[in-house]
Design a protein around this ligand. Structure first.
Ligand code: SAM
Length: 260
């Protein structure tokens, strides 16, 4: 399928049959096939630069912060002292940037399978990749699934900031991956995962929910940042009210997750 037509990139793929988000493109900045996936960076007319992997939009400069703040702070602020954090995927650096801002976090280990994503983001998306230069962050290149096989009881929080369940990320959506995540956590540890969208992938959201039913009530943050904290940390989307609201689900999602 031709995802570039008449100056527009369209997200044409089987994950969302019959529908495609499109971005008008000013310039193609980079395009390559790495060992694992197609990597494309474009300058868009409306959303700054955008990163696509295997034809799927991963992030755009103008709104990436909403996703990266939420995937980071919902879990971090549900933990009383998140000192050691693992990020699986996240080679763009956006999640590492946010996680490192949390004052209790001492060490961030990031494992991404594709060093080319890391390098391309360093070149074209420095606002995100600056997260990888933080002294708290240690980057390694490898498969997150394999990495977890060798790490037990080490992490307070594990964030899976992966691409979608096709290609290299396929294993990161399986029950066996969630068993490895559980084993890699310290007692009381918390995981957060990218799990698709309820509008287009309700089955995927449902199966992820089945893999990791909450043991405790995570809707009430145990760490609340003041407005001054949020300003100082340049947090634009997340606060404690947004945290609580994130656990309020529309009826159709709630029913699907409960299997009703
Ligand atoms: N923010 C994004 C989104 O909205 O979906 C995800 C971003 S991040 C770029 C996804 C990363 O996951 C990619 O860099 C990709 O290389 C990495 N990845 C995919 N499969 C992986 C695996 N098995 N182990 C580690 N990293 C993986």
């Amino acid at each position: 399928m031709d995802s570039m037509k008449s100056g527009w990139f369209s997200e044409l793929n089987d994950l969302w049959p019959g529908v495609a988000l499109s971005l008008e493109v000013e310039e193609i900045l980079h395009s390559e096939r790495s060992q694992y996936q197609d990597i494309l960076v474009v300058k868009t007319k409306s959303h700054g630069k955008a990163l696509m992997l295997d034809g799927v939009i991963q992030c755009t400069e103008n709104d990436e912060w909403s996703y990266h703040e939420m995937i980071s702070y919902l879990s971090l602020c549900s933990h009383p002292k998140p000192q050691h954090v693992l990020i699986v995927g996240g080679g763009d650096g956006g999640a590492a940037r946010e996680v490192s801002k949390h004052p209790d976090v001492e060490r961030v280990t990031l494992v991404d399978i594709d060093d080319r994503v890391i390098e391309v983001c360093k070149q074209y998306l420095p606002r995100l990749s600056l997260g990888l230069n933080n002294p708290k962050v240690n980057v390694s290149v490898g498969d997150g699934f394999e990495f977890l096989r060798h790490h037990r009881g080490e992490f307070d929080v594990i964030i899976t900031d992966s691409s979608d369940p096709v290609g290299p990320a396929e294993n990161l959506f399986k029950q066996s991956y969630y068993e490895l995540l559980k084993a890699a956590l310290k007692p009381g540890g918390i995981i957060a995962s990218q799990a698709g969208t309820a509008w287009m992938n309700l089955d995927q959201v449902h199966s992820t929910f089945q893999h990791c039913k909450a043991q405790t009530n995570l809707a009430e943050p145990v760490r609340v940042f003041s407005d001054e904290d949020l300003e100082r940390m340049s947090i634009k989307y997340y606060n404690d009210k947004v945290h609580r609201a994130a656990f309020v689900l529309p009826r159709f999602v709630d029913k699907a997750l409960r299997g009703a």
